[in-house]
Design a protein around this ligand. Structure first.
Ligand code: PSU
Ligand code: MN
Length: 310
């Protein structure tokens, strides 16, 4: 037996994901930071299980990406999902530290950026999440711009989200995506959505009306050798929507609290998300779960359609 080659990235596939890969069936990647740092327990576990069930019901296979004790996983069993949902100690992994967690045998949850990397290594072209990281408000002073945006520019994975949270500077986020050549496509609306709200007041750079059109678009991008991802924005279902003006006052409070507490770096996004769940007394959590489920359904349909356009 030779020692494992540290330069060969090894992925541990869940049996269901390995079978889907072997048979060429559609697969949807899911991130794990939303579980460990994006939602409180037990809502995070409810969400993780229900999105997996939705993806299966659409005829695709879910593959939650995470690093557990130094092993990069594509697909977690229910015990692993439960342990991740309860843990307080997981690292939050992006491009900068994904390899560190593997090299050092750590457990870490993958952000949008690191999940895209894991998905691409695993040959998975679609990924569903809630919201992406972006340009933070006051970024002109803090330089706080999520590595998610750079990853969208370099890694060929379609990311389905519900737009960007208004804790971010949404116009600047769209500007950076445009500069980096990342297509932003809103499903069925000319307005870019703002996570809890169906609208942001900003025009979506592009609009498409169904999963098949999104799959075709990425196929043409691939043919042209363009590389990089596509950001698909799927507006929150009306039944879960929280009006923009209502959220804005809550966001202002959360931002003020973050400032007063001196929160910076990687801690900013998780802190703001946690404060908002507290301030809205769970209303934003129900909305968050509803929109992730909606995104999982669309991502599964895109994965099915991509198999047909491949
Ligand atoms: N926005 C959300 N929910 C989340 C996140 C962002 O509405 O859970 C998580 C995602 O994992 C995203 C990460 O990739 O936060 C971005 O963190 P940062 O801003 O530190 O790059
Ligand atoms: Mn940041």
């Amino acid at each position: 037996m030779t020692a494992p080659d540290p330069l060969a990235p090894t992925i541990s596939y869940a049996p269901e994901v390995a079978a889907a890969k072997a048979e060429g069936r559609p697969i949807v990647a899911l991130e794990s930071t939303i579980i460990t740092h994006g939602m409180p327990f037990p809502g995070n576990l409810t969400m993780a299980r229900s999105v997996e069930a939705i993806i299966r019901a659409e005829g695709a296979v879910p593959a939650t990406i995470a690093v557990i004790d130094g092993v990069l996983h594509a697909g977690l069993d229910d015990g692993q999902l439960k342990a991740l949902a309860r843990t307080k100690g997981a690292m939050k992994l992006s491009r900068a530290d994904l390899a560190f967690a593997i090299a050092e045998g750590k457990t870490g949850a993958t952000t949008v950026a690191a999940t895209m990397i894991g998905a691409a290594l695993a040959g998975i072209g679609v990924f569903a999440t809630g919201g992406i990281g972006g340009v933070h408000r006051n970024a002109e002073n803090t330089f706080d711009i999520s590595a998610d945006l750079e990853e969208l520019a370099r890694t060929a994975v379609i990311v389905v989200c519900a737009g960007a949270k208004a804790i971010l500077d949404i116009p600047k986020t769209l500007e950076v995506l445009e500069t980096r050549g990342v297509p932003v496509v809103t499903l069925g609306s000319v307005e870019f959505p703002a996570f809890w709200s169906r609208g942001s007041g900003l025009t979506s750079p592009l609009t498409l009306d169904d999963a098949e059109a999104i799959a075709r678009f990425q196929a043409v991008r691939r043919t042209l050798g363009l590389g990089g991802g596509v950001l698909v924005a799927n507006p929150i279902p009306e039944e879960y929507e929280i009006p923009r003006e209502t959220m804005e006052t809550f966001i202002a409070r959360a931002l003020g609290d973050a400032d007063a507490a001196g929160i910076s770096g990687k801690a900013v996004t998780p802190y703001l998300l946690g404060r908002l769940f507290e301030i809205t007394e769970g209303r934003s959590l129900a909305a968050n779960i509803g929109l992730v489920e909606n995104n999982a359904r669309l991502a599964a349909r895109i994965a099915v359609a991509m198999r047909d356009t491949a």
